[in-house]
Ligand binder design. Structure first.
Ligand code: SF4
Length: 122
């Protein structure tokens, strides 16, 4: 009887141990699914940041007249903030994708924005 209980206990421990990675993966997936929700007040264009003009930042890359040169093997038309090396911590404002820009002192930029220092994400 005691042997059976011990065997059952060991089985349960083994089963739990086998499930642990799956549980950890589920938690990780949930964390990934959660997007950071930012405030519009933190958008770079709402901060009167002089660097915006200096870098010719635009919130819609397709509207930029300066985005004409391929860089790091990426065609000009494919360069946007979301694939720039300085774009970090993506999130949203409403339905709009935004992220922090290291070149603009971590102020928020639009995922589809662009500026002259765009650099391919590594
Ligand atoms: S440095 Fe990159 S992320 Fe920042 S505004 Fe320019 S293109 Fe966008």
């Amino acid at each position: 009887m005691e042997l059976m209980s011990r065997r059952k206990l060991l089985e349960n421990i083994r089963n739990i141990a086998m499930l642990a990675p799956a549980i950890a993966l589920l938690d990780y997936s949930k964390a990934l699914a959660k997007s950071v929700v930012y405030k519009a007040a933190d958008l770079a264009e709402n901060k009167k940041n002089p660097s915006i003009a200096a870098l010719k930042y635009v919130k819609d890359a397709t509207k930029s007249k300066a985005r004409t040169v391929a860089k790091n093997g990426v065609a000009a038309k494919d360069q946007v903030c979301s694939n720039c090396n300085f774009y970090k911590e993506p999130g949203t404002i409403g339905k709009e994708a935004v992220g922090k820009c290291l070149m603009l002192q971590n102020q928020l930029v639009h995922a589809n924005g662009w500026c002259t220092v765009w650099t391919k994400k590594v």
